[in-house]
Design a binder for this molecule. Structure first.
Ligand code: BJW
Ligand code: ZN
Length: 254
């Protein structure tokens, strides 16, 4: 593969002590998880904005649970891909490292990353909207059936962040802090339109970080990135790992 990063980018890999990564749905697409937007991004005829909100859930919990159950089943059957494993190699390499993800699929943890800041929750967790009881291993209910709380009979929902909802406070403040303090920030596989996550690359840049984007297409983040690497994260990130001073190649990692 020809050089993907500029000389300056390669030099940043060598000199950086504190790196941070923001991932979006694109990183998991090579594992088989559909993205939200783009040509393969819609589920049935719905846009994410139409399903990922509390009003949609209350007015049609069967439909919203059908979407989550479909994704839960799919996610339980897939594995992290070379992009995820490369990010695990980043965690091992940099003296300080923060991984911030918008994904709810848990694939970064499966790849071995220890500290994952999950901004939008996790599909494997659910909770009762009335009493707050948390369910860690809720079984996938049959089509048309929805889960109710053992304790109070309330409706159970996935523990994910929908439009119009606040992000978990601790995760959000850790993410802002990482963006403000790091020297090198990677924005990987995200369309960069959903706030507040979409602000993190700009915050990092404003605080002096070198900003590298990895995506199969240009996004609003490309305009401020120091380098936009066009291509699949599962191909570009292993290349970057092979140019870290520790020089690991991906066969040693996966
Ligand atoms: C590849 C690839 C490969 C493909 N390799 N790349 C300020 C301004 C304007 C609006 C707002 C604002 N602040 C808040 C809002 C409203 C709203 C918002 O941002 N709306 C926008 C649509 C404009 N934000 C919120 O409501 C947030 N809450 C909030 O701000 O609370 C405070 C508040 C409350 C009330 C009023 C005001 C403020 C909450 C957002 C929650 C988002 N939730 C979801 C669902 C999570 C659960 C679930 O998964 O089901 O999160 S929506 C969905 O979008 C999901 C994702 O995490 C998120 C981001 O999507 P992502 O990851 O970028 O995926 P895609 O599909 O969009 O892009 C994939 C990318 O990968 C593409 O670029 C591809 O090219 C690329 N790609 N294959 C590399 N192989
Ligand atoms: Zn309950």
């Amino acid at each position: 593969m020809t050089a993907l990063l500029s000389k300056k980018g390669i030099q940043k890999l060598t000199s950086t002590k504190h790196a941070a990564v923001l991932t979006g749905a694109g990183i998991s697409s090579e594992s088989g998880v559909p993205t939200f937007r783009g040509k393969n991004g819609l589920w049935k005829k719905f846009k994410p904005e139409e399903l990922a909100n509390f009003n949609a859930f209350i007015s049609n919990p069967e439909l919203v649970w059908e979407w989550y159950n479909y994704r839960k089943k799919l996610i339980s059957e897939i594995r992290p891909n070379p992009g995820h494993f490369a990010i695990k190699a980043f965690e091992d390499h940099f003296e300080k490292f923060n991984l911030i993800t918008q994904n709810i699929d848990g694939l970064h943890k499966l790849a071995g990353n220890k500290n994952v800041i999950e901004l939008h929750g996790n599909i494997h967790r659910s909770y009762c909207i009335d009493c707050g009881k948390v369910y860690l291993k809720l079984k996938i209910s049959k089509k048309g059936k929805i889960p109710y709380c053992d304790d109070c009979g309330g409706l159970i929902r996935p523990d994910v962040v929908w439009f119009g909802e606040m992000l978990p406070q601790k995760a959000l403040s850790e993410a802002f802090r990482a963006a403000e303090e790091c020297d090198l920030f990677f924005s990987i596989g995200t369309s960069g339109i959903v706030q507040p996550a979409a602000s993190l690359p700009a915050i990092a840049k404003r605080h002096g970080a070198y900003l590298i984007e990895v995506n199969i297409e240009y996004t609003p983040i490309s305009a401020i990135a120091d380098e936009s690497l066009l291509g699949k994260s599962g191909e570009i990130l292993p290349w970057i790992v092979s140019h870290l001073p520790s020089g690991k190649n991906m066969q040693e990692i996966t």
